[in-house]
Design a protein around this ligand. Structure first.
Ligand code: BTN
Length: 235
């Protein structure tokens, strides 16, 4: 696979620009990295605030399940952070990377024709206090503004891109064990949300081979989630 990375100081959205490139014939291996996005996209049609200080990248991959590629991207992001920094991060099903109980990175996978775009936003040295109040309390950053990063953002980009393309071609299940081992939800009480509405709650019991989350719901018994979101319950 020929990896071809383009860097931008400023972009609308790396996912959106890469989507147009894919429609114009770009090949798997094309990667866009930006240091600021004016129209960052999040999951479920939300926007993704993307100030300077963060790392915003999108990778074009051969067609596969967006669910599996999202989970593989979570593993690749965790590896990239842990190989380049002393930070220990977990994965909150399905697409959030968690540091100190808060979100430090998010992933958005989108199918485009016969390809998939995987976009990842990482709070590298992001000014959390300047974020929208709705996300400020649930977000963290690898480095605070007064801290000197142990690595360049580019080191994280390079590791992440390499790990993601390696994982994308991996057929065996070992990466899934890594995903499960890094999970911050397995064995925990969770609330289930579908389209923003709470639909149940229970204990997260398993992540299966399709990366669906199994929850033992207090009212409905076993629920298998392949869409939607969960939040951790404190009691
Ligand atoms: C989420 O947590 O809701 C997913 C956030 C994904 C954000 C990344 S940043 C790079 C890429 N470009 C975008 O517009 N979105 C993704």
């Amino acid at each position: 696979m020929n990896i071809d990375i383009s860097y931008y100081d400023d972009i609308t959205s790396t996912n959106e620009v890469l989507k147009q490139m894919a429609l114009d014939g770009a090949q798997s291996g094309k990667v866009l990295v930006a240091w600021h996005q004016s129209q960052g996209r999040g999951r479920l049609g939300r926007s993704f605030e993307s100030p300077k200080g963060g790392i915003y990248l999108s990778m074009l991959l051969d067609n596969d399940s967006t669910m599996l590629l999202t989970a593989k991207a979570a593993v690749a992001t965790r590896r990239a952070i842990e190989q380049n920094t002393d930070r220990k991060v977990g994965i909150k099903w399905v697409n959030d990377i968690i540091l100190n109980g808060k979100k430090v990175a998010g992933i958005l996978a989108q199918a485009v024709n016969d390809k998939v775009i995987v976009g990842i936003g990482i709070n590298f040295c992001t000014d959390i206090d300047a974020l929208d109040p709705a996300v400020r309390d649930i977000a963290d950053t690898l480095y605070k503004k007064w801290q000197t990063p142990e690595c360049d953002a580019i080191d994280i980009v390079n590791t992440l891109v390499r790990e993601m393309y390696d994982l994308a071609s991996e057929k065996g299940p070992s990466w899934l064990d890594e995903y499960r081992g890094a999970s911050v939800v397995l064995g925990k009480k969770v609330n289930i949300f579908q389209a923003g509405v709470r639909t149940g709650s229970g204990i997260a019991t398993a992540i299966d081979e399709n990366c669906a989350l199994h929850v033992l719901d207090e009212k409905k018994g076993e629920v298998i989630l392949s869409t939607g979101e969960i939040t951790l319950r404190l009691s």
